[in-house]
Design a protein around this ligand. Sequence first.
Ligand SMILES: [Zn+2]
Length: 356
Amino acid sequence: MLSLIKLPRVFTINQVPKVFHEDSIISGYRHPRSSATDCILSLFQLTNETLNIWTHFLPTWYFLWKLVTVVLMQPVWQDSFTWPLVIFLLSCCIYPLASSCAHTFSSMSARARHICFFFDYGALSFYSLGSAIIYSAYVFPDKWVNSFFHQCYIPIAVCNAIISTNMACYSRLGLPFLQYNHDIVKRFPECQSPKFSKCLRVVAFAYPYLFDNIPLFYRVFLCAGEGCTDNDTNILHYNHIALAFLTGFLFATHLPERLAPGSFDYIGHSHQLFHVCGILGTHFQMKAIEQDMVTRRSWLLEHSIPITFSNSVGAALLCVVVNLIIIILYSLPLLSTLLRRSVAKLKKYLNTCYLL
Ligand SMILES: [Zn+2]
């Protein structure tokens, strides 16, 4: 069937505009003005994005299956203790889905590429908040439960998620309206200073992760004596932490393709490995949290901060709304040109109809 469909051709780095360039990836680029159909068809054609798409699209279904299982098997609506798990699993579905959509449709145009990745960044920062909500509910070591830090933890995590989305979006084009308007290429800081943009993005994702994990790092690496929650779950937490650091390392270093540019264009480049390690890390994180949730349930219900709407669902909703506002603000100058062109085309069309 697929052999009957003519797959779009792929290009080398010199044949596509700079905004589409990936560090040390020489070939396998899709057309920079692909149609939506071509983008979807590229899922079944080997390009330098194909495995980026699949490595997040398939895990979306795995996490969705986990989410549906929890919602169907547990009394979610009556039992507020399970709300953080539901929020976390929802964030685990959203971030790979947003990423696979971003990688699929990012070759429609330079503007579409920026907007796609704004959503990707928003989803990642929502996942960081999902992690904070679930850590607050089930992972905090006994010693820190109900402490001042525990009480401030979720409000700070919400602020971090918002700052993170802002920083990551800013790293692409600068500030909307002030630093870029319609002529986006001229005001494109990534072209002028790609290292600064990359650094900004690494910090945007690393610092909420490091903040969220303070209670876990303390529990598994520093805590000694009583109240450290030293249980069998720790080994799963170690796996998750090791994979998370490997994920960050791959994102920041662009290894292995930097050692041999052009050799890993289609299979084995750092972004694919970054996706795979990120998903494996999330898998171990989920397993560890599920185990903590079951083994510590009665103790936590007795001693910990009660799980309310405001420190679970409310915080998540606030983050979603603010993130969407940020994404819209960063996208608006890009969309306004598009809208203006569409209106002009429509006017021209109506004029032609009127003349006829
Ligand atoms: Zn990606």
